[in-house]
Design a protein around this ligand. Structure first.
Ligand code: MV4
Length: 447
């Protein structure tokens, strides 16, 4: 097993990885910016290295500084967490070239899935249902018009190098097509240095459902069910749950088996998430994420599988210790993302935590680096805690979540806890009757 892992991240996920390492007897190296010198992940790590100033470009995205920290401390593996360098194939490649194990898939799989057109073409060829649309980059207005005639309006123009909603253009009719195409191209060139775009049929009110997979070096692949991540604001997830209230057990089994077959076929390694839009009983593949995701704990709560431990084990060459049949999905889990933001305006609220009390009790988990006296820096993502609750049924989970939210004390700054309280009190949410547009409509009248 690895002796020492460098955690190339910050905040709650750095702590999450550190906890898995400690349970496995693996030493940890924290890296941090000058803004994070007092962060919990730095305090708890066996060793820490300051890698630069607050700006992420100069610290958490600074590849030479991170490699130097790994070499100086003698780390034999790097865990990238999520965000930052976690889906950067160039970083993974450099780590590996230094004789250090990148805890994640191969750089080739990261590049393949980073190219959204190639990812879709690959999935389609493997029998995964994909969103109707073009299979190669659009090269001219005429080609776009021809494709649009088959796909129908409204349609979406998406950037191949985009993902997560960046660089999408909604087109209502042919008269808008040429202008939207040039706009999408130039925005994509500016943002990603790549102007490849593709066209998809626009699905008007789907749900966002993603399937978790786990693969080892020996062709063993399992799925760990799905997560419903439809509750988003401006492409930021707010609350996630598993199982999805929208799926029945046949649909779950079918999409799980479809995904496992495809992932086995490409020889993928580690954890991965296959994202679908789900509308009128049909799944449409949109993207695959090659990293551990923020919302992974809901899957852990219903399966009992420690996904970070599994990532580390398979990266080290260990085989999965179980088959699909041995995985049991029990009960229901919900995650609330607690952000340092005003719950009405969503303006970030960095500042000093004056009081802190995390909820506890049966089925309650809090992943957070907060403590009383900690100063939330203004430089990074506003996620400061994840409240994850498990229950034997969705209803029990909801009752427990209501109780846990009421117990949660984060003093000194505004957080999105009140938003979660009003959200889970709404009858549409209680009934599971929501889609990707529901949350923004829910927020609007009060905004
Ligand atoms: C779509 C779509 C409708 N039709 N594709 C946004 C993020 C990126 N992963 C894909 N996204 C969408 N793609 C087609 N063909 C609507 C969205 C979308 C969305 C998807 C999931 C969760 C929230 C969303 C919010 C707005 C738009």
């Amino acid at each position: 097993m690895f002796e020492k892992i460098l955690i190339a991240n910050r905040g709650e996920i750095a702590l999450r990885v550190l906890r898995a390492c400690r349970e496995m007897g693996i030493h940890t190296v924290a890296v941090h910016s000058t803004a994070d010198a007092d962060a919990m992940h730095v305090r708890l790590a066996d060793e820490s290295v300051c890698i630069g100033p607050p700006n992420a470009m100069d610290s958490y995205l600074n590849i030479p500084a991170i490699i130097a920290a790994a070499e100086i401390t003698g780390a034999d593996a790097v865990h990238p967490g999520y965000g930052f360098l976690s889906e950067n194939a160039n970083f993974a490649n450099i780590v590996n070239e230094h004789g250090i194990t990148f805890i994640g898939p191969s750089p080739e799989h990261m590049s393949l899935m980073g190219d959204k057109i190639a990812a879709k073409a690959t999935m389609r060829s493997l029998g995964v249902p994909v969103t109707p649309g073009t299979d190669s980059p659009i090269t001219s207005d005429q080609e776009a018009e021809k494709a649009a005639a088959e796909i129908g309006y409204p349609l979406l123009i998406k950037a191949s190098a985009g993902g997560g909603g960046r660089g999408m253009k909604l087109v209502h009719s042919e008269s808008e097509l040429s202008t939207a195409l040039s706009a999408a191209r130039s925005e994509s060139r500016l943002a990603f240095g790549d102007d490849s775009v593709y066209i998809e049929r626009f699905l008007s009110r789907p749900r966002h459902i993603e399937v978790q997979v786990l693969a080892d070096h020996y062709g063993n692949v399992v799925h760990l069910g799905e997560r419903d991540c439809s509750l988003q604001r401006r492409h930021q997830k707010v609350l996630e749950e598993t199982p999805s209230p929208a799926l029945n057990s046949e649909q779950r089994k079918h999409i799980g088996e479809t995904v496992v077959r495809a992932i086995k076929e490409i020889g993928y390694l580690g954890v991965g998430t296959i994202e679908f839009l789900f509308e009128n009983g049909e799944f449409y593949f949109i993207e695959m994420n090659t990293r551990l995701q923020v919302e992974h704990p809901v899957t852990e709560m219903i399966t009992g599988i420690d996904l970070v431990r599994e990532q580390i084990r398979v990266a080290n060459g260990a085989p999965l210790g179980y088959t699909q049949e041995e995985i049991e999905m029990r009960g229901h889990a919900i995650e609330c993302r607690v952000n340092a933001e005003n719950p009405q305006t969503f303006t970030p609220t960095p500042g000093t935590i004056t009081d802190y009390h995390a909820p506890g009790g049966l089925g309650v988990r809090v992943d957070s680096g907060l403590y009383s006296g900690y100063r939330v820096p203004p430089n990074y993502d506003s996620l400061v805690a994840k409240l994850v609750v498990h229950g034997t049924s969705r209803n029990e989970c909801l009752m427990r979540l209501r109780r846990a939210l009421a117990e949660f004390v984060i003093g000194g700054i505004d957080t999105t806890i009140p938003l979660h309280q009003s959200l889970i009190a709404d009858s549409d949410f209680v009934n599971g009757a929501y889609d990707i547009r529901w949350l923004e409509e829910f927020i609007l009248p009060k905004g």
